[in-house]
Design a binder for this molecule. Sequence first.
Ligand SMILES: [Zn+2]
Length: 102
Amino acid sequence: MKLIYTHENRLLVNNVKNLLEQAGIETLLKNEFSQGGMGELAIFDCWPELWITQEGKLERAKQLVYDITHAKEQPSWFCRECDEENDASFETCWQCQHNKPE
Ligand SMILES: [Zn+2]
């Protein structure tokens, strides 16, 4: 098992998880629900962590994570439902889950 990605925003971690799984890489999410209820103790250790179970796919997974997290050349988009700005890699609005406009 290798830790491939962690971020304080659970939605970002889930987004990476979905993209890795679409690429055929099995993942395991840890600490998914440890945020909230932690009060003042919301420290780095409690960030959701995305692990991969197949170490042979580590390099491929790293490349995908890099691509996902550095996809800055694509413009972000604004949700038609709630006007929230979303990263280009998101297929649905992080705030209201409305689909990305075509
Ligand atoms: Zn929205």
